[in-house]
Design a protein around this ligand. Structure first.
Ligand code: 8YV
Length: 313
């Protein structure tokens, strides 16, 4: 049986063709008249292929009465109305289990770069300044205190990596985890007051919007560093920028931003922030695995009635 799948936006040069070869694929982003497509095909579309940044436009839920499965590349599903999908019995799949290591690696890279200023040192040498003066001292990482906001699968891998740097590890989550050998703090401000490096790993969405507030940044303090590899919405970006400009925190390492790919000029101008282009999962190996899961989840649903890596609402 041929299944009609609506692809919301281009995902990658690797997986776009595979989706077209595997399903009766309709490309939403190429439609000159989207309404005409929905009028003609809305009743036939049973699957959606998308990715984390794009998600599923809410209006589409009402126009696709036969929709049964959504397969997204990525683990951040804040652009998909999971409650609405669950209410309609629509299965939602993400790239769970294949990107955790890469995102945890980048979190440590950003932490190390904000402290030891590796990229800044490279620029310093290339600019010829080293011949003029000694490179400024930076900040030690090993033995320092790491606070993890959100001890899920990625947060747990960050903790394991940090243990390799002899860091003292604590976390905050909605609930303490009995299986976690780390100190638990009831609140983000309390964790921020305790730690030297605060790494943010919670899901995006309304529940975590601006979780890292001015209050949290002030608790982190002038010796503290923030690392965000979660979602830009989790951090009050204006408050962060002010704290960095005023040196009320020491620095930040960011992979995500409130209005990607726009990064405020004020952040671009600062030398105490490391800026990464939402590249947590962006390695060849991991992106290939994530892309394959987009197809494999759809195929598993159509063949066996269940996706391989389901989202939990
Ligand atoms: C990428 C991400 O943006 O997985 C996520 O939720 O944010 C990143 O890995 C995404 O996978 C791109 O499709």
């Amino acid at each position: 049986m041929t299944h009609t799948v609506l692809q919301i936006g281009s995902i990658s040069d690797y997986i776009d063709p595979k989706l077209a070869q595997t399903f009766r694929l309709l490309k939403w982003w190429e439609q000159p008249q989207p309404d005409a497509l929905l009028a003609a095909e809305g009743a036939n579309i049973t699957g959606i292929a998308t990715n984390a940044p794009v998600g599923v436009p809410p209006a589409l839920f009402d126009r696709l009465p036969a929709l049964k499965v959504i397969s997204s590349r990525g683990v951040g599903l804040d652009k998909i109305d999971l409650a609405r999908a669950q209410a309609r019995g629509i299965q939602v799949a993400g790239s769970f289990g294949v990107l955790n290591g890469c995102v945890a690696d980048l979190a440590m890279a950003l932490l190390l770069d904000t402290a030891r200023r590796v990229a800044a040192a490279d620029r310093y040498v290339r600019s010829g300044q080293w011949a003029q003066r000694r490179y400024p001292l930076t900040t030690r990482v090993h033995g320092k205190k790491l606070g993890i906001v959100g001890l899920g699968q990625i947060g747990t891998l960050i903790a394991r990596r940090a243990a390799g740097f002899d860091m003292e590890i604590a976390y905050t989550s909605r609930h303490a985890r009995i299986d976690a050998p780390y100190r638990y703090f009831e609140s983000v401000p309390a964790l921020a007051r305790w730690c030297d490096f605060l790494v943010v790993v919670v899901p995006g969405g309304a529940d975590t919007r601006h979780l890292i507030s001015r209050e949290v940044l002030d608790a982190l303090g002038p010796e503290g560093t923030l690392v965000n590899i979660a979602r830009g919405s989790v951090v009050d970006e204006a408050a962060l920028t002010e704290a960095l400009v005023d040196r009320r925190i020491a620095g930040a390492g960011l992979d995500v931003y409130e209005h990607e790919p726009h990064v405020p000029d004020a952040l671009l101008a600062l030398d105490n922030v490391v800026l990464s282009p939402h590249a947590g999962s962006a390695t060849r190996e991991t992106r290939t695995a994530m892309d394959d899961l987009v197809v494999d989840n759809l195929r598993a649903y159509y063949e066996h009635g269940k996706v391989l890596t389901p989202a939990t609402a």
